[in-house]
Design a protein around this ligand. Structure first.
Ligand code: 4G8
Length: 167
């Protein structure tokens, strides 16, 4: 069972902080109950200085994916055989978009429950990636975002997505 701790980047101070998604605690200092190794393997550990994945041209983003019958793999942790149309998937995502507004917390809550991507178990967090790793429409949309900004609905061969850039 994860401790609920993760490492986030403070947009205002530009330094990492520790956030517990269970207790909603946040702290500039590492939780005393975690060992060095545990801290290094927390979600978001790439934010810690010396992180190998930090590097120029790397961003970090989360997404909420709704698949449809024409998705390259119309199956997910939630639904073995996804039959909704792309139009229905887009309507569903518009509803989530309206609920999210500008709230990262609401986005992560909906991504955890509704995203058809395996990253749902990380509140939608995909971790750091650079250009050339993701499908082009996803990369283009994600790299066009400022930190803290949401994309509009975008479409890839996997389905339709909303992206939040987090670092
Ligand atoms: O497209 C396919 O043939 C199968 N995939 C690709 C995939 C499958 C597992 C993990 C990551 C990517 C997906 O459908 C998929 N794409 C994504 C994805 C797409 C864009 C950005 C990040 C993740 N997630 C998933 C998933 O099941 O969990």
């Amino acid at each position: 069972m994860s401790s609920g701790w993760e490492i986030r980047m403070s947009n205002s101070k530009g330094i990492p902080y520790y956030f517990n998604a269970v207790s909603k605690q946040s702290s500039w200092d590492a939780p005393s109950e975690l060992s060095e190794d545990q801290i290094k393997s927390l979600p978001g550990s790439q934010h810690l200085s010396g992180g190998s994945s930090g590097g120029a041209g790397t961003i970090t983003a989360s997404h909420l994916l709704v698949k449809h019958k024409d998705s390259r793999r119309p199956s997910s942790w939630k639904e073995t055989n996804i039959t909704r149309t792309k139009e229905e998937a887009t309507d569903i995502l518009r509803e989530y978009q309206a609920q999210v507004g500008n709230s990262r917390e609401k986005f992560e809550e909906l991504a955890s429950v509704h995203s058809d991507c395996s990253s749902h178990s990380q509140r939608g967090n995909l971790g750091p990636f650079s250009k050339g790793q993701m499908q082009k429409p996803f990369e283009d949309a994600a790299f066009a975002l400022q930190v803290g900004e949401f994309s509009d609905i975008i479409s890839t061969e996997s389905g339709v997505h909303i992206i939040l850039r987090t670092a």
